[in-house]
Design a protein around this ligand. Structure first.
Ligand code: HEM
Length: 365
């Protein structure tokens, strides 16, 4: 598609598909023409920064960035290592595991729950909610789709109520957690309202869990597909950071993002009308030969590697330092705990049924 039809109208979805790296960077860097206020964002994302345009986006992102800082994230490193060991240790005596169920799925949920200050007794509840809000309807009957949306709406209400209580409580009795920092974060005298804090907490759940799960499991999948990588990364741990960037490029956990066009414009010689939707295929940009030589090859030390896995421009992923840190801590522990990881005979991996996230449903190892 990148060569033959890099800008294509999709009748089925009524939207434009963009496949080339340069076109995608251009639209992500131009929020005036390509708006993030999207009718398709769904109840989870509509009211949060990911669904806002400047100047409101800029103002809100500045305030949340005061609480969600790279320093605050890097301080989590020892605790993340502890959680990974807690998950990995009971598996050491087992012959087989599902790496997703046992490690890469629980890890980000526990980390976000602790970061937000959710007490351990509420963790299961929090996990169940988090599952519902990131789930997409699979091919199913009209009735099933309707019941899916009803369940998501109900969960959204429960999350709103839960976080509202926590925010009110932290306003009275601040602690050392992200919600307390969000309560106090200010830029030019501007604070977040309780509602804005709640929207941000729910966005963290929605944006940060399945994506990080897929980053870690896509990495292990690749290490099994090319087994020499396992020993190479044990011998040369200094390569791990580059290996993670290459995983993000090669098996991008987020396949695409979308924007709405605010005025008639042109991309790649095609006339795009005000109100049209464009889909920026990040995963395609990350395999663009014009940007990445031998793009379909996994090169563990690829340099430079300006992939778009975390987006680009104003909405560049705020959680990128956290996702990278979780992978940087978890992958070496997994590699040193399990030697010669392989798939059991006859394993067939099933992709998650989604056009927006990329990963597999289970990873038997
Ligand atoms: C935004 C990918 C992990 C929080 C984004 C965007 C992408 C992305 C592509 C931009 C969306 C757009 O432009 O429309 C990823 C990937 C992850 C990951 C691949 C894991 C490998 C996380 C984590 C968190 C997080 C762990 C937080 C806990 C956010 C937030 C935004 C965002 C808050 C919105 C930023 C804004 O609108 O200004 N992410 N993400 N993400 N991500 Fe992530």
């Amino acid at each position: 598609m990148r060569k033959t039809s890099p800008v294509t109208y999709d009748e089925h979805r009524s939207s434009w598909d963009l496949f080339r790296y340069d076109d995608i960077v251009a639209i992500l860097k131009d929020p005036v023409t390509f708006s993030s206020v999207r009718p398709t964002a769904g109840p989870v994302l509509l009211g949060s920064i990911i669904g806002m345009d400047p100047p409101k986006h800029h103002q809100m992102r500045n305030i949340v960035s005061k609480a969600f800082t790279p320093k605050a994230i890097s301080e989590l490193e020892p605790r993340i290592a502890e959680v990974v060991h807690e998950l990995v240790n009971p598996l050491k005596t087992k012959q087989q595991m599902d790496l997703i169920h046992d490690i890469s799925y629980p890890l980000p949920v526990i980390v976000i729950a602790e970061l937000l200050g959710v007490p351990p007794e509420d963790r299961q509840l929090f996990k169940d909610w988090s599952d519902v809000i990131v789930k997409m309807p699979e091919d199913s009957t009209e009735n099933e789709v309707q019941s899916f949306f009803r369940e998501r709406q109900k969960t959204r209400q429960e999350l709103d109520d839960y976080f509202m209580k926590v925010v009110t409580e932290r306003r009275k009795n601040p602690r050392e957690d992200l919600i307390s920092r969000l309560v106090h974060a200010e830029v030019d005298g501007q604070h977040l309202t309780d509602h804005e804090i709640m929207e941000f907490c729910i966005l963290l759940l929605a944006a940060g869990n399945e994506t990080t799960t897929n980053l870690i499991s896509n990495a292990i999948r690749k290490f099994i597909e090319e087994p020499h990588l396992q020993e190479q990364l044990r011998q040369q741990p200094e390569l791990m950071e580059k290996a993670i960037e290459e995983i993000l490029r090669y098996y991008s956990p987020v396949l695409a993002t979308n924007r709405v066009v605010t005025k008639d414009t042109e991309i790649g010689g095609k006339q795009i009308k005000k109100g049209d939707q464009v889909i920026a295929w990040i995963a395609s940009a990350n395999r663009d030969e014009n940007k990445f030589p031998v793009a379909d090859q996994f090169k563990v030390d690829r340099t430079p590697n300006q992939h778009l896995a975390f987006g680009n421009g104003a909405h560049f992923c705020l959680g990128a330092p956290l996702a990278r840190l979780e992978a940087r801590v978890a992958l070496p522990i997994i590699l040193s705990s399990f030697h010669n990881m392989e798939f059991p005979e006859g394993t067939e991996l099933t992709p998650i049924p989604s056009t927006f996230v990329y990963g597999v449903k289970a990873l038997p190892v």
